[in-house]
Each structure stands twice: as structure tokens, then as C-alpha cells.
Design a protein around this ligand. Structure first.
Ligand SMILES: Nc1nc2c(c(=O)[nH]1)N[C@H]1C(S)=C(S)[C@@H](COP(=O)(O)O)O[C@H]1N2
Ligand SMILES: [Mo]
Length: 338
């Protein structure tokens, strides 16, 4: 992706080169991974970058990139999924990939700073500023519960897939919260503040709060990844009647996915697929053999269920069951014409 002057100065933007069904490898190449920004891409100078750690801590820290590089580095493979537009939160956008992040564990940094009494959240800020949804925002700000920040999975990341984070990917430094929607992984990270309350910023109050359809109940922060899955194969128009094909794809959630079911008749019948065990926070491959018996149009879909029994809805939701239409043709007789 080339950064154009328009991207630097305008608000919301995104790049999505590939649909999830074209992501055939377990680790998504950085160049194939979607990008999303709300306030433009900032003009950053990595040489003088510092990260401040403050708030309810016993010792405030100001760390340079070299300070961070000198600390123990951890790598984690994690699904990276966008929750979709905060202005249309129930519309599935299917911006997802699976990448290897490397950096300093958030719990290690908080351990160096020392957590003070009353701490309950960690608020992160990025240096980007600009106009989103008609309002000027001085920074991008997110939060996460302290327990999640201390569980060893969250990273202050310096690299992606083994290369230093490019600026367009949030470099030189970003937060990564495996198992949470991408919106929580603050790019261009310059501060971490331990707090006894949630962030009061627009991106944690006005946006990225799910409100129940009927107006009842409290709004819920868009934190944990809901169960989701996508089909990678077969692709449209390539299936021949009588020929065995493998239906396969990826499934993920904050929790491990326990089962995936596949349908070839638009949801009338569901068949259990084989599901690979989860490693770290990576997505899980599922597969199911299928031999279409006759020519025609088939509606394929997959549905993931987690260890605790959460599954994907068929109603409009960001993790709504994903369907694909496949045309099955009669194979040409050997050497003959159709
Ligand atoms: N500073 C900052 N961090 C941000 C954002 C942003 O606009 N500014 N967008 C968030 C959203 S909604 C997503 S989905 C991910 C996208 O990360 P990527 O562009 O590396 O794919 O970054 C998150 N972190
Ligand atoms: Mo996003």
C-alpha cells in the first residue's frame, strides 16, 4: 500500500485487498492484511519515539524504542479482525487475517511500573488525530480491563511477521490485544495509563459500544472476538459433480473454537467438520469432505461454536454466518465434448 497525501490528512480509510476466502495460508502476509484508520495515517518519526506508562502506577516510565527492544521479546500468533464500521456495527465486513506479532508483554511493562491500588483498566493512546464522523478528535484512545492486560497475551508490538512494523501498520509501536477486535489494538502507541475507570474518549463511549436492538440493557464494549468463520475452498464455479472436494476454511473467537459445522444446502442440514486444535490465539483450520452428486447451485456455509457454546447468528450481526454459492457442473467426458 502506498501512503498518499490524502490518507495523511483525511479521516476514516481502509485497504482490503483480499476477501477472507482468498487467505489460503495459516499466516497472512502483511501485504495481504487489511488496514483500517479513523483519523488518517500520522506522519511519525520513529527515531525520537517514546512510550509513557503512567496513571495508577508506583513508578512512571518513559521508554524509547531501544529500551523496549532491550526487554524480553515475545511472539504470538493471533487473529486480527476488524469489528466493522462503528457507524454500522451489525454489518459484517469480514476484514480478517492471522499474523505473528512480536514485542514486549504488556504485563511485563506494567510489572516494571508497578500497579497501584484501585487499578481496573489500561487506557492506550495513539498519536493520530483528525476528523471522524464530523468531529475532530485529538487522539485515538482505547481501553481494556486490567485482568486482560495482565494475562500475558497482550503485547506492545514492534514487529509483524518478523519485520519491524511499517508506519501504515501502526509502527513504530502498537498495542496488540489477542482475542479482542482490532479496534482495541491501538496503533502509533505513545501512552499507557492505568486507571480506575474506563476511557471517556469517543472511541470507547460513542463508538465501539454494542447496544441491544430493543433498547433494553446496557451497551457492551466491543472487546472479545465473537465466534466467526469463513470458507476458503471450494471457490466458485470449479466444482464438478462426482468429484470429491474438500470444503475448508478458518474459524476463530476469543475462546477456542470447539466445533465447526458445514452446510451445502443453505442450512437445512449441517455436518460436523474436522477442526484443528487452537495454538495461541491463531485461527483454526476446519475441513469437511464433500462429493456433489448432481449439477446445480449449492449454498455453502460454515458455523463455528466455542468451548462455552457461543455460536454464529443468522441475523444481521458482524459475525453472521457467511454463505457462498458454488456452481456444480457435469464433468466433460474424457476426450469428448459437453
Ligand atoms: N491509533 C489508531 N489505532 C487503531 C485505529 C486507528 O484508527 N488509530 N484503528 C483500529 C481499528 S478499527 C482496527 S480494525 C485496527 C486495524 O489495524 P491494521 O490497520 O493494522 O489492520 O487498528 C485499530 N487501531
Ligand atoms: Mo476496525
Amino acid at each position: 500500500m502506498r501512503i498518499t497525501p490524502a490518507m495523511l490528512h483525511e479521516g476514516f480509510g481502509l485497504v482490503q485487498r483480499l476477501r477472507p476466502e482468498h487467505l489460503t495460508s495459516f499466516v497472512t502476509a502483511e501485504a495481504d492484511l487489511f488496514s483500517v484508520w479513523h483519523l488518517g495515517i500520522p506522519d511519525v518519526s520513529p527515531d525520537s519515539w517514546t512510550l509513557r506508562v503512567g496513571g495508577l502506577v508506583t513508578r512512571e516510565l518513559t521508554l524509547s524504542l531501544d529500551d523496549l527492544r532491550a526487554l524480553p521479546q515475545t511472539e504470538i500468533t493471533a487473529v486480527h479482525e476488524c469489528a466493522g464500521s462503528p457507524l454500522a456495527p451489525t454489518v459484517p465486513q469480514r476484514r480478517v487475517g492471522n499474523v505473528r506479532w512480536t514485542g514486549v508483554r504488556l504485563t511485563d511493562l506494567l510489572g516494571l511500573a508497578g500497579i497501584a491500588d484501585g487499578a481496573a483498566y489500561v487506557i492506550s493512546t495513539g498519536v493520530d488525530h483528525g476528523v471522524f464522523d464530523g468531529t475532530r478528535h485529538e487522539r485515538y484512545e482505547k481501553d481494556l480491563p486490567l485482568a486482560r492486560a495482565l494475562d500475558g497475551s497482550a503485547l506492545v508490538a514492534l514487529s509483524v511477521n518478523g519485520v519491524p512494523l511499517p508506519v501504515r501498520r501502526g509502527g513504530p509501536l502498537r498495542l496488540v490485544v489477542p482475542g479482542y477486535y482490532g479496534t482495541n489494538s491501538t496503533k502509533w502507541l505513545d501512552s499507557l495509563t492505568v486507571s480506575d475507570h474506563r476511557s471517556a474518549g469517543a472511541f470507547t463511549t460513542r463508538y465501539y459500544m454494542d447496544r441491544p436492538d430493543d433498547g433494553s440493557g446496557d451497551a457492551v464494549p466491543v472487546w472479545e472476538l465473537a465466534p466467526n468463520s469463513c470458507l476458503v475452498a471450494p471457490v466458485d464455479g470449479t466444482v464438478h459433480a462426482g468429484e470429491p472436494v474438500e470444503i475448508w476454511g478458518w474459524a476463530w473467537a476469543d475462546e477456542p473454537v470447539r466445533s465447526v459445522e458445514v452446510t451445502t444446502d443453505g442450512g437445512r442440514h449441517w455436518t460436523p467438520a474436522r477442526v484443528a486444535p487452537r495454538s495461541a490465539y491463531g485461527w483454526q483450520r476446519f475441513s469437511c469432505p464433500w462429493t456433489p452428486r448432481s449439477a446445480g447451485e449449492y449454498v455453502l456455509a460454515c458455523r463455528a461454536t466455542t468451548d462455552s457454546g457461543a455460536t454464529q447468528p443468522t441475523t444481521p450481526r458482524r459475525n453472521r454466518v457467511h454463505q457462498r454459492i458454488v456452481f456444480v457442473e457435469l464433468a466433460a467426458p474424457a476426450g469428448g465434448q459437453r
